[in-house]
Write a protein that binds this ligand. Structure first.
Ligand SMILES: [Zn+2]
Length: 557
């Protein structure tokens, strides 16, 4: 066959398959869902049905119109009043928690915490370190406080105990202080805090950089396949709660490659946006060396995309860097403003270096003074080469101030917000006072200021459930402190938009994700109750009957 004939034949095949595809487009859908509100967040508003073909939404509209697209092979989902929503996303999810340490996630009192530690110590040879998992918070304890050194000494006097709380704090017992030579003469750690009782004795708290005084035993090695299996299991939990996309805020090249492997093996049930972790305090040469091992800043496969680099400048609940001091006694006589975890020059140099190499930066900033520092750094990078179309990110952004908003808009920044207040409200009131706690993560203010914002959990710091997020931001309800900062609540549609469309904007995927118009990816969920009309607090415990990612069913009750 001549080349011309080959080309002609190929053309004919293309036309024929193209026409066949066209025909099917008009007539049939793979899946049709009808009989309940379909919240498209698109021009169609709330439709009564949706049709899916392949990995995309084929049509949305009236029930009758959608029923016309049902063929012999079409799967029909009768909604009977249940809603279809765009798939939810978590903009800041480290892991779903757990791990080989002592499990405190179900502890509800200090006694429960100590019992769990005592039990583990009982099966651990004396002198060996006992470590807890990090996925718990004192907000879940009846006493609403941390367990301290003296508490831990009662539970395990003969073992060094390291209670890991979230990502910013350890609490250790006397044996641990002795093991790592920490006492009242230990010099202060820049960017860290060594906690004390009112009488001056160490209370066991090691915050942020002070954690470096302790060397945790290496985690027992897990073989790669087991690790991958665990990852799949955790992703399956997430899709069962309605998440169709998650963004991992800072990981290693190995973790990224593991997720790519799962995708290649057809085992990845959701979309992952992955951020590389920047070394916090490294000089420029170390950063450049690290960057050499990273993937391309714009690397993307069907389900997995690189979304930038994670950095950080301050502590968390107990170390967010504030313009005004903490409440007493935490304010230490009006002198404690929180913790700056990286020197200004190092941070500014790092973001300029990353910008020059084409990386987007996402920086952990909790307090208002931390946001000042991030904006200064981002402005310095922008002066080298514009970042304005790159959607650089402020992670958390607990305490933005009015003067921050114009600077954020000017730089084209986006805010990655989470529901920390839902869990931690009692501590935040204690550390920062009622007014600052009530302003924490002010979603209403961000939206009114025209700053793009998305939602998530920071799991395992706050458990992964996306329905806690939607409940919290629509009511400002908290687990144990009632409603906090009610003027910052938003409507259910606004919260859903932030969790879906806002996430799509954060990840440069608004052309494909976040809303349910024709042509968009069929990432969607079916909720047991009608999202827009069910009676509060229905969102807090919403059941998800079905989750779909790219037209593929990944969860069904
Ligand atoms: Zn985090």
């Amino acid at each position: 066959m001549t080349i011309r004939a080959l080309v002609a034949k190929r053309l004919l095949v293309l036309i024929a398959t193209g026409m066949a595809a066209c025909d099917r487009d008009v007539q049939l859908a793979d899946v049709v869902m009808v009989g309940g509100p379909v919240v498209t967040l698109d021009e169609a508003g709330v439709a009564r049905g949706i049709a899916i073909r392949g990995e995309r939404v084929a049509a949305v509209g009236s029930e009758q119109h959608m029923r016309e697209l049902i063929g012999p092979d079409t799967r029909v989902v009768e909604l009977e009043g249940r809603s279809v929503l765009p798939g939810l996303a978590d903009n800041h999810l480290h892991s779903i928690g757990g791990g080989p340490g002592v499990d405190l996630s179900r502890a509800r009192s200090i006694a429960d915490v100590l019992d769990a530690i005592r039990a583990r110590a009982g099966e651990t040879p004396p002198g060996e370190v006992v470590v807890t998992n990090s996925d718990w918070h004192e907000g879940q304890l009846a006493e609403q406080r941390l367990p301290y050194r003296d508490d831990l000494d009662r539970a395990a006097p003969d073992h060094p105990v390291v209670v890991v709380r979230g990502g910013h704090e350890y609490i250790v017992n006397s044996a641990a202080l002795a093991r790592w030579d920490i006492d009242t003469s230990t010099p202060a750690v820049p960017g860290g805090r060594i906690g004390r009782y009112v009488d001056g004795r160490l209370n066991g708290e090691l915050v942020d950089r002070a954690k470096d005084l302790v060397r945790l035993p290496p985690r027992p090695p897990m073989d790669r396949e087991t690790e991958k299996d665990e990852l799949v299991r955790s992703y399956e939990v997430l899709v069962s709660r309605g998440l169709t996309s998650v963004r991992h805020p800072g990981g290693s090249v190995e973790q990224y490659e593991m997720i790519l492997e799962l995708e290649a093996e057809g085992r990845l049930p959701l979309r992952v946006d992955f951020l590389m972790r920047a070394p916090r305090t490294a000089p420029r040469e170390d950063l450049l060396a690290e960057m050499a091992s990273w993937p391309d800043p714009d690397a993307a496969s069907r389900l997995v995309r690189i979304g930038g680099v994670k950095h950080g400048v301050d502590g968390g609940f107990e170390g967010g860097l504030m313009r005004e001091p903490y409440e007493e006694p935490w304010g230490e006589g009006g002198t404690f403003h929180g913790l700056q975890t990286v020197p200004r020059e190092t941070f500014v140099e790092a973001v300029r270096t990353l910008n020059a190499a084409g990386w987007r930066v996402a920086t952990h900033a909790v307090g208002d003074a931390a946001i000042d520092l991030v904006l200064d750094g981002y402005e310095a990078a922008d002066a080298d080469a514009s970042i304005r179309d790159r959607r650089w990110v402020i992670e958390h952004g607990f305490i933005p101030r009015e003067d921050h908003f114009p600077r954020m808009r000017e730089l084209g920044l986006v805010v990655s917000a989470q529901d920390h207040l839902y869990l931690a409200a009692p501590s935040l009131v204690e550390y920062w006072g009622v007014e600052r706690a009530g302003w924490t993560t002010p979603l209403r203010a961000y939206l009114d200021a025209g700053v793009p914002v998305s939602l998530g959990t920071d799991s395992p710091v706050v458990p992964y459930d996306p329905w806690w997020v939607l409940h919290h931001f629509t009511t400002r309800g908290t687990i144990s402190a009632g409603v906090v900062g009610v003027e910052q609540r938003v409507s259910r549609e606004e919260a859903l938009r932030a969790a879906t469309e806002g996430y799509a904007y954060l990840t440069f995927s608004e052309g494909e994700r976040g809303t349910l118009g024709p042509g968009m990816l069929a990432d969607l969920i079916v909720t047991a109750e009608s999202y827009l009309d069910c009676a509060d607090p229905c969102l807090e415990t919403m059941r998800v009957d079905l989750s779909m990612v790219g037209g593929r069913l990944v969860h069904e009750r």
